[in-house]
Design a protein around this ligand. Structure first.
Ligand code: UDP
Length: 235
């Protein structure tokens, strides 16, 4: 595996770190350091980050929020996380810019494929925030969409689990890990790698997904060096 341009998906939930809510500055700094190491190798990097540490539309709807407004709150949450990551990258000396799927200058520039590619070619890390800009989607789908649009070689899905398992390894001790698996099998087995919309988009557009544990410092570099520490999802 040799990747020149990657779309890195980070979960909002992981940003909570040990503290269980909000943004853990230690985790944030660790992410920035890992991204810096890969950026220093000359890899072009786009990032999509979730918002689950702050707000999720679906759980909001369960508490009586209007679903569309709840999803808009969730998208705003991803912008908050994106700004936090941008700030941590600044502190690490990595040039970066935040693009938003919804107009909100001067917080970030309105996203376009060409703006994202031009910035990456100039050596900037691009953070694509606010998901797809539309309700009823997730940042997983935002990542598939952006990954395909910016012509990334792979979507690296950084999670707190080290790959795709036959069942949730945090609940089922007999679960075993896949070295690689097809999108079709992920969907037919109902595996919770990403939601079906996101998985189907990657399948139709041939964007491979590599699932790995991003919470272990150094793992992003290991993946880029070709170490097989996670699970590859492919056609
Ligand atoms: N969201 C949305 N459209 C998008 C992306 C996200 O409406 O294109 C909303 C949705 O409410 C979601 C929330 O933003 O629950 C946070 O995103 P996500 O749950 O994907 O974050 P993660 O679970 O990865 O932390």
């Amino acid at each position: 595996m040799k990747f020149n341009r990657i779309l890195l998906k980070l979960s909002g939930e992981s940003l909570m770190g040990e503290q269980g809510h909000g943004i853990d500055v230690k985790r944030l700094a660790e992410y920035a350091q890992q991204i810096k190491a890969v950026h220093d190798m000359g890899v072009q990097i786009s990032i999509v980050i979730g918002g689950g540490n702050i707000f999720r539309g679906l759980s909001g709807a369960g508490k009586g929020f209007d679903r569309v407004k709840g999803d808009q709150m969730g998208m705003c949450a991803t912008v908050i996380n994106s700004l936090a990551l941008s700030s941590a990258l600044d502190a690490a000396g990595v040039k970066n810019r935040v693009l938003t799927a919804i107009r909100m200058e001067p917080i970030g520039e309105f996203y376009s494929k060409w703006k994202a590619i031009e910035a990456m070619e100039r050596g900037e890390v691009v953070i694509c925030s606010a998901g797809t800009g539309s309700p009823y989607f997730t940042t997983d789908t935002g990542s598939s969409l952006r990954g395909i649009e910016v012509e990334a070689d792979v979507m690296l899905k950084g999670t707190r689990v080290d790959g795709v398992y036959t069942a949730d390894p945090e609940k089922d001790p007999t679960a075993t890990k896949f070295h690689d698996i097809t999108y079709a099998e992920v969907i037919s087995r109902g595996l919770k790698v990403m939601d079906v919309t996101a998985t189907a988009m990657c399948m139709q557009n041939n964007l491979p997904i590599y699932v790995f544990n991003m919470d272990i410092v150094g793992n992003l570099e290991r993946v880029m060096a070709g170490e097989e520490i996670g699970t590859l999802v492919h056609n």
